[in-house]
Design a protein around this ligand. Structure first.
Ligand code: HEM
Length: 411
């Protein structure tokens, strides 16, 4: 049955929609009346424009698609097609080299390699250094007088520093990675005046930078993750191209997402003072998961049907695009009690903010959870009386649920 409250041209990937708010009422309407809805002429997410897509909004269906890669392929792009299209590199099929866009068995091979950099041990090894960094970031923000922008001064910093720590980017090069990754993600927002070509060039620059790093470690191995991933030229390691694209992925996947989780989390705390008080008193270990559910930094990814199939009783044809709306799944009342409440003690919390649990499930989840715990711990210690000094300014983007600016005052 068509969804009566939503007009014909309604499109969940319209960047103007996310620019102003997360479309929670529309999600609720779709989940209730048309949980797999055809959007014939979208104007948002790249890759959908030519073909239209199916908007999938229920938790169970998003999970089903994510856990059936044989039916729903990632290989015709999941999210970052616009950069790929513009990277002119003759010898390389760029899409194939991005982990998010691979299917098994290729995905399984590469994932097994890159996972070595994300073992619980390697993340734990970062903890003390990241705690010190979180404290330093908060102290620097605290030192200024008057209102400041929480996004640039706090939320952006730790994710960037964490990735740089993880892959061993020298201190002096960190801002390069930061600028490149910002430019790649922000092209839908006119305030940044970034063209697709600039985004693509930034992607190419990150890749070249990382490939240089890989080549250097091959010449001169060190005790770090880059060496672990690239040192030996055999099937059990990444070649320089693969490493370049992996770093490109990390720069986007690890930066923008965690930054927005932290910013939305701060905003949620400051607009739910009971939860902020609870956090300051008890620091529940369930906090970071609830922030990611509540914030859902990645609004949607897509898949392509690999064969004729069906979803929620709706026939899907081979080649059809399917949009997985994590932000909707995370507010599905079939799964979450009182889904629109921000409750940092929520447990269990089977949210899909890190993906629907299939082979592409977020590789950096433990690192992201650690970063969120550390930064809010540092803020609660050093700025317990932080206050809002303005409304969040949202990013105009089709797939990142982002905040550009959040003015706050220390206290
Ligand atoms: C994949 C979200 C932080 C690295 C994903 C996916 C989502 C996601 C939704 C896709 C899952 C799927 O298709 O099933 C998030 C959120 C984060 C976060 C919300 C922060 C709050 C990070 C961090 C890193 C990272 C810190 C690394 C430093 C990756 C990688 C993949 C991925 C490499 C691709 C995995 C694959 O294709 O096998 N993430 N992520 N993410 N994420 Fe994250």
């Amino acid at each position: 049955m068509p969804c009566p409250a939503l007009p014909d041209g309604f499109d969940l990937t319209d960047p103007d929609l996310l620019h102003h708010r997360v479309p929670l009422p529309e999600f609720a309407e779709l989940r209730r009346t048309e949980p797999v809805r055809r959007i014939p002429q979208p104007h948002g997410l790249a890759g959908f424009a030519d073909t239209g897509y199916w908007a999938v909004t229920r938790h169970a269906d998003v999970k089903y698609v994510s856990t059936h890669p044989e039916l729903f392929s990632s290989s015709l792009n999941t999210a970052i097609i616009r950069f790929n299209e513009h990277i002119e590199r003759d010898a390389i099929d760029a899409q194939r080299l991005i982990l998010l866009n691979m299917d098994p068995p290729e995905h399984t091979r590469v994932r097994q390699i890159v996972q070595r950099g994300f073992t619980p041990r390697s993340i734990r090894a970062l903890e003390d250094r990241l705690r010190a960094r979180a404290e330093a970031i908060v102290a620097a923000a605290r030192a200024g007088s008057g209102p400041f922008d929480f996004v640039t001064e706090v939320a952006c910093e730790l994710p960037l520093q964490a990735i740089a720590e993880l892959i061993g980017v020298p201190q002096e090069d960190r801002s390069k990675i930061f600028d490149w990754s910002n430019r790649m993600i922000a092209y839908d927002d006119p305030e940044y005046a970034i063209t697709q070509e600039v985004g693509a060039r930034s992607a190419a620059e990150i890749i070249a930078y990382a490939m240089n790093m890989a080549a250097e470690r091959k010449r001169c191995p060190a005790h770090d993750i880059v060496t672990t991933l690239v040192a030996a030229e055999d099937e059990g390691n990444l070649n320089s191209d693969e490493f370049g694209f992996f770093v490109l992925m990390l720069a986007v996947a690890g930066n923008e997402t965690t930054r927005n989780a932290i910013t939305h989390g701060m905003h949620a705390f400051l607009t739910h003072p009971d939860q902020w008080d609870l956090f300051k008193r008890e620091r529940p270990s369930t906090t970071a998961e609830e922030i990611v559910r509540w914030a859902t930094p990645v609004n949607a990814f897509q898949r392509t049907a690999a064969q004729d199939t069906e979803l929620g009783g709706v026939p899907i044809r081979k080649g059809d695009r399917v949009g997985l709306f994590y932000a909707s799944a995370n507010h599905d009342p079939e799964v979450f009690t009182d889904p629109d409440a921000f409750d940092i003690t929520r447990d269990p919390n089977p949210h899909l903010g890190f993906g629907g649990g299939g082979p592409h499930y977020c590789l950096g989840k433990s690192l992201a959870v650690l970063e969120i715990d550390l930064i809010f711990g540092a803020i609660a210690d050093a700025m317990p009386g932080l206050r809002l000094a303005g409304n969040p300014r949202r990013l105009r983007s089709a797939w990142i649920n982002g905040v550009k600016e959040l003015r706050v005052v220390a206290g």
